[in-house]
Design a protein around this ligand. Structure first.
Ligand code: FAD
Length: 484
């Protein structure tokens, strides 16, 4: 029986995996400073929860790692006992890849910490930190690291998949500011990967997700970002086609100091939104301008000229913009995700977008187009594992609602919307916006980089211990699909 087959069998359910004795579990417990959680423990159910409440998985063991030694012990235990192993960073992943059914979770949520070096302009971030931790620490020095648009997202998953957000046009993806990572490998070794050390591994982790090891620490370059001029601009949905056409042409030509992602949304019924707009379906662009404030009026003049219903753009600290949507999207909602990379946005595609925007099924459901241009385009597709440098947008469609009763409605809308727009897409999708969509999608996403990723995987994780992710299989074809 192969290692893969053994792992694939009989690990579902809350009890001890086959072959596991209470003595073995006790041995692991005594090696962990952070603690071990098992079914039946008072905090077990809470520890199984991830951000997307649609995901309900029950691991056999949750290792709450406090330090690198705990991670080494947990990875070794999973390898020796042939357990499915999941790595939990911020727990935000749409497909629930931070947890597994049966098996062991390396839970990094206690490994949070940030150390800024304001002179070198670098930031050392522990593997279980969330972006709010980083924004808080760097802002004190007038610095920031490019990340996403919500402060509760994990640094681990977001960075290893690429990292798209407010600062991408100016400073590139999160991985473009990554200088080094410390990892625990499948064989238990602890290494640093950077341009100088294990450069093959450093290439692979920049976009290849959690396929290569547990990252216990990230070293980023930080950029001078303090106060920004940002916020949402809203237009009525009746003008969606006109606004989307304008946005398509405007954003690619705009100065790189201006970030702006397009969204369809339902206006939340509360401040800061004016009452007449409450619960109205609208289209929006959420802006982030980091250039010379004296030029802001000029930069935003074309936006104001389009007579928005609300121009909520104002100076604010960068962490305020980064956490602006946290309250709207608390943990515990039902999420259904679909995504694509997009190179062109023809009028015919825009017409289909508008059709589905008119049918937004719930207040939280949305579609975002994140620009991929500016600094992101200055790195070649083969320079890091993130292949789609030549795309112009990452499109993500998410059906979201607090009620499990709406699960079918939001997933149907999302799938229908994606099916209608997929013919206009560039092929693959941003790995961090995908759910469990099969091997073909993973390969379509990495394109020419896939073969090189397989080679690195063979070198560092030949038995595919790290497979609870958008999996790079350490073999060309025919390998077994492993359970998550
Ligand atoms: C509300 C919301 C907003 C988002 N906005 C953005 C955005 O603006 N930009 C963007 O790029 N993405 C965004 N995302 C997507 C996000 O990048 C992914 O969900 C990502 O996987 C989350 O990382 P995490 O560490 O929180 O997730 P987890 O669920 O903990 O982990 C996700 C994957 O990453 C791996 N992983 C996590 N940490 C480590 C580590 N330290 N070492 C090795 N592997 C690790 C896990 O094994 C797993 O496969 C958003 C997601 C949500 C839910």
């Amino acid at each position: 029986m192969t290692l893969d087959t053994q792992r694939a069998r009989g690990q579902a359910g809350g009890g001890l995996p086959p072959g596991m004795t209470p003595d073995l579990v006790e041995q692991l417990r005594t090696r962990l400073r952070g603690g071990l959680v098992r079914p039946g423990d008072a905090d077990y159910e809470e520890s199984c929860r991830v951000y997307n409440a649609m995901i309900q998985k029950h691991p056999a063991l949750i290792a709450r790692c406090a330090d690198v030694a705990d991670v080494i012990a947990s990875v070794g235990f999973a390898r020796e006992q042939k357990l499915t192993l999941a790595i939990r960073g911020g727990g935000h992943n749409g497909g629930g890849l931070g947890i597994c059914e049966g098996g062991l979770v390396v839970d990094l949520s206690r490994m949070r910490g940030v150390r800024v070096d304001p002179v070198a302009r670098t930031v050392r971030v522990s593997g279980g930190s969330v972006w709010g931790d980083v924004d808080h620490a760097t802002h004190a020095f007038g610095l920031a690291v490019p990340s996403g648009i919500i402060s509760t997202t994990g640094v681990g998953g977001l960075t290893l998949g690429g990292g798209l957000g407010h600062l991408s046009r100016r400073y590139g993806l999160s991985i473009d500011s990554l200088l080094a990572v410390d990892l625990v490998l499948a064989d238990g070794r602890f290494v640093t990967a950077s341009a100088e050390q294990h450069p093959d591994l450093f290439w692979a982790v920049r976009g290849g997700g959690g396929n290569f090891g547990v990252v216990t620490s990230f070293l980023f370059r930080a950029h001078p970002v303090g106060s920004v001029i940002g916020g949402p601009t809203l237009w009525p949905l009746e003008r969606a086609a006109e606004v989307m056409q304008w946005y398509r042409d405007f954003i690619s030509a705009a100065p790189e100091e201006l970030g702006g992602f397009f969204a369809f949304m339902t206006v939340p019924p509360g401040p800061p939104f004016p009452e007449p707009l409450h619960l109205k379906k609208m289209c929006a662009v959420v802006w982030c301008y980091t250039g010379d404030p004296a030029r802001a009026d000029e930069v935003f003049a074309p936006v104001r000229a389009l007579s928005p219903a609300l121009h909520g753009v104002q100076p604010m600290p960068y962490p305020v913009l980064q956490s602006m949507f946290d309250a709207l999207y608390p943990p515990g909602l039902q999420w259904y995700w679909r995504a694509d990379f997009v190179k062109e946005l023809p009028d015919a595609a825009i017409a289909r977008h508008v059709e589905f925007a008119e049918r937004l099924p719930t207040m939280h459901s949305t579609m975002h187009l994140y620009p991929i241009d500016g600094a992101v385009h200055r790195v070649a597709p083969g320079d890091t594992a993130f292949s789609f440098r030549d795309a112009r947008w990452a499109e993500v469609i998410v059906g979201v609602d607090p009620s499990p009763g709406k699960a079918r409605e939001i997933s149907t809308w999302t799938k229908d919307y994606w099916n209608a727009l997929h013919p206009y897409s560039a092929g693959g999708a941003y790995v961090n916006f995908m759910m469990d969509e099969g091997q073909e999608r993973v390969q379509a996403t990495y394109r020419d980089n896939y073969a090189r990723l397989v080679e690195v995987k063979k070198r560092y994780d030949p038995d595919n211990l790290f497979h609870v992710n958008q999996n790079i299989r350490p073999t060309s074809a025919g390998a077994e699909e492993l359970p998550h």
